[in-house]
Design a protein around this ligand. Structure first.
Ligand SMILES: *Cc1c(COP(=O)(O)O)cnc(C)c1O
Length: 381
């Protein structure tokens, strides 16, 4: 793989290949083909598009380089990336996963894995002793998310890696919220890092995509086998859009992160707001731990209103944000976690994790922060 020596901002722009080798074109073309001619019956570098496509390889090399892995994989969605990584487990295995998980991951782990004979425990992974106590002779992997979503629980990645190594467990981390620009889990010893590239990496709310990277050649070989066996690969056109989105990640993330800090501070001081969760706030409980393993707070924050009736007024009052599940776009996205991103999780489980009907999540976009604040403030009544 070329370009290994460059710093993240350069890698984001140049990725694995920065031009088309056949023509010198400034972008890798969209190779819209399902199969490849076998000259005189002999397969060349590519034989069939499920197994390999240059447009897809562009983003696969990009994520491997950005995460510091040996190999990357691109899938049709973040959930496919997660499902394909969890395919590393087999019947009889036990999985320990963070209890405060993305709703889709929760659905997959609780609804699909048991049918495959894989048991699970949802554990507060911020509690190192609780993770140790949940390990059984069948435990084979840890599935983590930090910061978690939407409650911004911070899991100690170094401690999790140590537990994984001592107990022969695979460690997997959903790095969607941070992106490799702010958090590089493979450097800390995590085995597999996973992204919903639908979010910050794609960055424009116009594709569904998933990415995976690993620094372990043996795992890479197995992941490649599953990717080809399942076949839910990222399409050439979506690969092109993702590659294009990745090029601007740094400028988008930095602008959004600065605005998120401003909004988090102003929301904290607002009389309609009961509490704000954002790693960039001085009194955020997991702040020190978060910044020991990540270089930024990110661009997503959660806040709770004082009264449930204020939620309806806010959702009716704001004009700029898209009101939707999802995050990481150039446009600000406001989510009512209870009914949108975490709708799949039963009410009692949501309440246990602190997700109330008064909780909202904002993924801050790159609009002018003053316009965003005026718009939000008008709805906070
Ligand atoms: C959106 C999301 C996913 C699922 O990704 P899709 O691209 O929607 O399939 C997984 N994890 C996190 C943290 C997410 O935000």
């Amino acid at each position: 793989m070329s370009h290994q020596k460059y710093r993240p901002a350069t890698l984001l722009v140049h990725q694995g290949k920065d031009r088309d080798s056949a023509t010198g074109a400034s972008t890798v073309p969209i190779y819209q083909a399902s199969t490849y001619h076998h000259e005189a019956g002999v397969s060349g570098e590519y034989d069939y598009a499920r197994s390999g496509n240059p447009s897809r390889e562009q983003v696969e090399e990009a994520i491997a380089l950005l995460e510091g892995g040996v190999r990357g994989f691109a899938y049709a969605s973040g959930m496919t990336a997660i499902g394909s990584t969890l395919a590393l487990l087999k019947s009889g295995d036990h999985l320990i996963a963070s209890s405060d998980l993305y709703g889709g991951s929760w659905r997959f782990i609780t609804g699909v894995l048991p049918q495959q004979g894989i048991s699970f425990s949802l554990v507060d992974t911020t509690d190192v002793d609780a993770v140790k106590a949940a390990i059984t002779p069948q435990t084979k992997a840890l599935f983590l998310e930090t910061p978690s979503n939407p409650m911004f629980q911070i899991t100690d990645l170094r401690a999790m890696v140590q537990i994984a190594k001592e107990n022969g467990l695979l460690s997997m981390l959903d790095n969607t919220f941070m992106t490799p620009l702010l958090q590089r889990p493979l450097d800390l010893g995590i085995d597999v890092t996973i992204h919903s590239a639908t979010k910050f990496l794609g960055g424009h709310s116009d594709i569904l995509a998933g990415l995976v990277a690993t620094a372990d050649a043996g795992l890479a070989k197995r992941l490649k086998y599953f990717q080809n066996a399942f076949g839910a690969v990222l399409a050439p056109f979506d690969s092109f859009l993702l590659s294009r989105g990745i090029k601007t990640l740094k400028v988008r993330m930095e602008t959004a992160q600065t605005s998120a800090q401003t909004l988090a501070e102003r929301l904290t001081a607002h009389p309609a707001v009961a509490r704000v969760w954002f790693p960039g706030l001085d009194d955020f409980p997991g702040r020190e731990l978060h910044f020991s393993q990540a270089s930024g707070a990110g661009a997503v924050l959660s806040f709770e209103l004082k009264e449930e009736s204020q939620v309806k007024r806010l959702l009716e009052g704001v004009k700029l944000p898209i009101i939707a599940p999802s995050l990481g776009g150039v446009e600000t996205i406001l989510t009512h976690c209870w009914s949108m991103s975490h709708a799949a999780i039963p009410a009692e489980d949501k309440l246990r994790q602190g997700i109330s009907k008064k909780l909202l999540r904002i993924s801050v976009g790159i609009e002018d922060v003053e316009d965003l604040w005026e718009d939000l403030a008008a709805g906070l009544v």
